[in-house]
Design a protein around this ligand. Structure first.
Ligand code: ADP
Ligand code: MG
Length: 736
């Protein structure tokens, strides 16, 4: 019985009424082959009658001060392109049984002129206005073309009408809004009930979820607004639920594979270390440290994410964790994303350890640095190997995993992460038979919802406080024409001992051109505005040692200004660099801007971040709302740039910045599916669906903790779906 049912769903869409072999080919081109595929081709949006008003009603609403969005349905009676100050404006008159209304476009008049043909019916939605000639208008409305028949049924039967994306492959076969809707309606009516459920009864019941067949029906043709919401809810829940199951399984596997290490604080090492630190830990650092300690001193393996804003002091926390491992006789490794950072960490940590070794009576802590391709001769290799075996703290890049390093007894790995490779690195470690405790430090703050998905299998510690001596950085946005004044500011401040970064975005992919641009900027500044100051230059063609040397010379105050055409390597502290000027700031991503800003403000002096952009963008002050539905791609890009820049001015808090970034970029982009090894999200919006994510996560983790191998009968369904649909994502799990 079951297999017969499945066959129907797997059969070609060509058997659906009014499809046929030719149209089936076009469907196949957009990935819809079977009837099942068609059932899962969901509308991109709906029109709901409950928000539809007659023209007369809508008009009286606004007269009475109503300010929300309304939808009105009408027939196009006239359209007209008008020239106003060399710009084409489009006005379209529509009418329904109660009166007339007008739609206006100030952009893309030509395009919309062709859309709004006389005699056709449209549902238009927007916040209506009454212009100074008392005309009732919709400016740049959202709209949908509907049939006359629909316009009637819409008003009388209260249907909610779906709208589907119609790719060109379908248009080429004359499939438009109406015909696609009809085809899908047929499929839903005849086949939706054949679909087998994919969530366990218990879960459906606990969360009051619609069954899959009902959810499919109501996602396409909702019987009511409420059922439509529940249908969406179910799909979102299911999507996150399975993703979290993968995470829960992964967590389980890692825990099973790890030989738990129970660290002990045996000597005065940590206490002495705290004594030689030139500052006291913030309360937030202490809190986070106690969470880490609890993991390490118990016999549970640690898998923890350490979050904190740029400059919040994550490194010292990680270092103390490493010292706990060392105190117990284990080795600890710190893995940095770049060589310059690894080298930097090694220098800082070595000098701290030197001080520690002077006062600490017991064993001397040995630090060793490992970079890729460092050693050539066999003898040097052997020596390095011995050094690594004896080292207590090993610092390096991913070479730590990739090269054949043999550790003495690796107890803890700290991953200073920049590119979300932590997941893979952890798996690689396990693959080498190493199962140390793991602490991942995020380079920039991550919104909570993203943490729950991307890092859902880790425990999380957050440093939510900056060291006390810091003053908030002053961030301003300026147009290019202000540059001369800004240079003057930099010179004045240089006389007070301030140093400045001047950053230019990478202009060309080609390093040659970049070098040319960098040299040009540098020469130009040196010979004009900044000729009284000492300038240094860092550019993309330098290798990391050359870059590092420039940074050191900057640190030693050989230069007042460091010109950089490559993103300045994170992590190096230059306490007197308290001005950063970022040119063409609109070309940087938001978290990148925040990272760059984090290069300054690392002392008790007032720091400044000056964002310079086109005069036009700088003048735009109102881009704070994240509503960009009606913009052309170029407008959208400009708009997003404005929001990014305004957000930088408005907020210093990296977590707030990260949230806005997530909204602007969309999860797909941030998720970096390939890197994270997760399926792409189709229904859930990480920026908005935090409650669903939370609920589905808890539910998934509970299920796995009660049935880690998914062998209970009631969970067979889950197991089957995981093995069928998430084959590729399941590599880190242990259920097969
Ligand atoms: P991030 O979290 O961005 O990695 P770092 O660990 O590099 O930040 O710390 C930034 C700077 O703040 C470093 O110079 C560090 O020595 C200093 N720092 C860390 N903790 C404190 C503290 N509690 N008080 C004062 N300065 C601190
Ligand atoms: Mg850091």
């Amino acid at each position: 019985m079951n297999s017969v049912k499945e066959n129907i769903l797997e059969s070609s869409v060509q058997y659906i009424k009014s499809v046929g072999p030719k149209r089936a080919e076009s469907f196949a081109k957009i990935g819809i082959k079977s009837i099942r595929d068609l059932l899962f081709y969901f509308p991109s949006r709906h029109l709901d009658r409950s928000t539809v008003l007659t023209a007369a009603k809508a008009y009286s609403y606004i007269l009475n001060g109503y300010e929300g969005e309304v939808t009105v349905i009408g027939k196009v009676v006239e359209r007209e392109k008008i020239n106003v100050r060399n710009k084409e404006i489009l006005k379209v008159q529509l009418k329904d049984n109660t009166g007339f209304f007008e739609c206006v476009w100030f952009q893309s008049a030509k395009y919309f002129y062709d859309v709004f043909k006389e005699g056709e019916f449209f549902a238009v939605s927007a916040k209506p206005v009454i212009d100074k000639y008392d005309r009732f208008q919709f400016v740049h409305p959202d709209f949908d073309r509907i049939t006359e028949e629909e316009s009637q049924s819409f008003l009388h039967t209260g249907k909610i009408i779906p709208f589907y994306r119609i790719p060109k492959e379908l248009k080429a076969r004359n499939i438009g809004d109406f015909s696609l809707r009809r085809i899908i309606a047929y499929a839903v009516e005849h086949y939706a009930d054949e679909i087998e459920e994919t969530l366990p009864e218990e879960i459906l019941h606990q969360h009051n979820l619609l069954r899959l067949n009902e959810a499919i029906k109501n996602f396409h043709f909702p019987q009511s607004q409420e059922l439509f919401s529940r249908a969406k809810y179910r799909f979102k829940f299911e999507e996150i639920f399975y993703l979290e199951l993968l995470l829960a399984l992964r967590k389980n596997k890692i825990q099973k594979k790890s030989k738990p290490i129970k660290f002990e604080i045996k000597t005065e090492l940590i206490k002495n270390f705290l004594n030689i630190l030139p500052f006291e830990l913030t309360d937030a650092q202490k809190k986070v440290l106690s969470e880490i300690k609890k993991d390490m001193l118990s016999d549970r393996p640690m898998n923890r994410l350490l979050q904190g804003d740029v400059g919040s002091g994550k490194t010292v926390v990680a270092l103390i964790a490493m010292l706990i491992a060392v105190d117990s006789g284990y080795q600890a490794a710190l893995m940095a994303p770049t060589e310059i950072l690894a080298d930097q960490h090694a220098k800082n940590i070595s000098s701290l350890m030197q001080k520690l070794n002077e006062v600490n009576k017991g064993k001397k802590v040995k630090v060793s640095l490992l970079l890729g391709g460092q050693t050539n001769s066999a003898k040097a290799k052997r020596e390095k190997e011995n050094e690594l075996l004896e080292a207590d703290i090993i610092i390096g890049t991913h070479a730590l995993i990739e090269e054949k390093v043999s550790f003495r007894n690796l107890g803890l790995v700290v991953i200073d992460e920049q590119h979300r490779f932590g997941v893979k690195q952890r798996a690689d470690l396990l693959g080498k038979g190493l199962a140390p405790d793991v602490l991942i430090m995020s380079a920039t703050p991550i919104p909570r919802t993203l943490t729950m998905t991307l890092y859902g299998d880790l425990d999380v510690s957050v440093i939510n406080e900056m060291p006390k001596n810091r003053k908030p950085i002053k961030t301003v946005l300026r147009g290019e024409k202000k540059l001369p004044e800004i240079y003057k500011f930099i010179i004045d401040k240089a006389n007070e001992g301030y140093q400045s970064f001047i950053v230019y975005p990478l202009i060309e992919e080609s390093e040659k051109l970049d070098l040319k641009a960098a040299t040009n900027y540098y020469e130009e500044l040196k010979n004009s505005y900044l000729k009284k100051l000492n300038l240094g230059l860092i550019h993309g063609r330098m290798n990391w040692r050359e870059k590092e040397e420039m940074m050191f010379r900057f640190l030693k105050k050989e230069f007042d200004v460091l010109v950089a055409t490559t993103v300045i390597e994170v992590g190096i502290d230059i306490p007197d660099a308290n001005i950063i000027l970022i040119n063409d700031a609109h070309r940087f991503g938001l978290s990148q801007l925040h990272q760059l800003r984090g290069r300054v403000g690392r002392s008790n002096k007032q720091a400044y971040c000056i964002l310079v952009t086109h005069d036009k963008i700088a003048a735009r002050q109102s881009a704070s709302e994240l509503n960009f539905e009606f913009l052309s791609p170029t407008q959208l890009e400009n708009y997003k740039s404005s929001v990014r820049l305004q957000s930088m001015v408005k907020y210093n808090d990296g977590f707030k910045i990260a949230e806005i970034d997530l909204k602007l970029r969309g999860p797909g982009d941030i998720f970096g599916t390939k890197q994270s090894g997760f399926p792409e999200l189709k229904f859930v919006n990480i920026a908005e669906d935090s409650e669903i994510i939370f609920e589905a996560k808890n539910s998934a983790f509970e299920l796995i903790s009660s049935d880690p191998t998914l062998s209970q009968k009631k969970n067979f369904l889950v197991r089957k779906k995981l093995l069928e649909q998430y084959k590729e994502n399941i590599i880190y799990a242990d259920i097969a």
